[in-house]
Design a protein around this ligand. Structure first.
Ligand code: PBG
Length: 353
């Protein structure tokens, strides 16, 4: 059987059909391009690798709770625990040894401290602020990032102030500004507004500057989608909305162009870093934002994405290390400069082996 540009098998010099086990009448294809040359050995693959994930790209979220020397597992997030501040300090120390550059702190607020307006968020001595001070004192070299949003503090679980079933925008921004100041004054390095109220980035930047906190950074949750992938996080901090949903402030997952408007607005308002969240079902958004803006882009590999991997691994359906590194590299390949991920600690270990 003749193949168009083929040469007869007799012309092969190195491999004979006997050696390769190829059928005797197989012909060599006369291909102008052979993509497999660059893949043929480990050293060529290393040389042509386009993206390399490093520990420098990773931010590790930690859940904190009140109490002393204890931890509580988060059932839907195997390997993740809520930690008391003393334990969080120890984990931060380990993370620093693994050279993880930054930790994101999320409080599990005592239900007794939650109210309609999330007033505990403004307490300069609340759980987050105490954790910031404790970690900064012991491990000053690790970066700290904190969410600005009211959901861990409100009895209704929404990110903002409620009036007659609606989340108020400007009134909420005024509270978020105070929350940001309290956290920045406690020593938080990067303030991350995750509430999706309009105008909050500019308002927070102005207030930080006015207070002399010019070095405090802003990472805006810019394209934050109303996603079903946040379930395990809401279990971890017990912040599921008591009624309704977050569709009036978080983005609709069918929308792509809108993410660019959000990211551009936040950049104009002074965000140092813009974020896309979640990550895995939103790689197109990460790529768009990367291409359109000249700021660092972060992606949040969220709790539901983590839970899916861990569930498959527990059942023996996936190789945890292999799928995790593939997922994280794909997020970097899409254009994320930073990845917030619950896998950060294990990934840091794997990357250093
Ligand atoms: C708070 C906040 C949420 C997450 C980060 N900050 C939950 C939400 O908006 O419902 C989710 C993170 C995750 O799922 O890992 N606004």
């Amino acid at each position: 059987m003749a193949i168009k540009f083929g040469r007869p098998i007799e012309s092969r010099t190195r491999l004979t059909p006997v050696e390769t086990g190829a059928p005797a009448d197989a012909e060599r294809l006369d291909l102008p391009t052979r993509m497999r040359r660059n893949r043929r050995s480990e050293w060529t693959r290393r040389m042509v690798r386009e993206n390399t994930l490093t520990v420098d790209d990773l931010i590790w979220p930690l859940f904190i709770m009140d109490g002393q020397n204890s931890s509580a597992p988060v059932a839907s997030m195997p390997g993740v625990e809520r930690l008391t501040i003393d334990q969080a300090v120890r984990e931060a120390e380990r993370a620093a040894k693994l050279t993880i550059p930054c930790i994101a702190l999320f409080p599990y607020t005592d239900p007794n401290l939650r109210d309609d307006t999330g007033s505990e968020a403004l307490n300069a001595d609340n759980l987050v602020c105490r954790a910031i001070r404790a970690i900064k004192k012991e491990i000053p070299e690790i970066g700290l990032l904190c969410d600005v949003a009211l959901d861990p503090f409100t009895s209704h679980g929404h990110d903002g102030l409620l009036h007659e079933g609606k989340i108020l925008n400007d009134e909420t921004v005024a509270v978020l500004v105070k929350q940001a100041l309290v956290q920045a004054q406690a020593g938080c390095d990067i303030i991350a507004p995750s509430d999706m109220m309009d105008g909050r980035v500019g308002a927070i930047r102005a207030a930080l500057d006015e207070a002399g906190l010019v070095d405090t950074g802003l990472m805006a949750y810019s394209a934050k989608y109303a996603s079903a992938f946040y379930g395990p996080f809401r279990e971890a901090v017990d912040s599921a909305p008591q009624f309704g949903d977050r569709h009036s402030y978080q983005m609709a997952y069918a929308n792509r162009r809108e993410a660019l408007r959000e990211a551009r607005l936040d950049a104009e308002e002074g965000a140092d870093i813009v974020m896309v969240k979640p990550a895995l079902s939103y790689l197109d958004i990460i790529a768009d934002v990367r291409a359109a803006l000249d700021r660092p882009v972060a992606a949040y590999n969220v709790s539901g994405e983590y839970a899916m991997v861990k569930a498959a691994v527990e059942r023996g359906w996936a190789d945890g290390r292999a799928v995790t590194l593939e997922i994280l590299t794909s997020i970097a390949r899409a254009g994320a400069d930073l990845i917030i991920t619950y896998h950060a600690r294990e990934a840091a270990r794997w990357l250093s082996e």
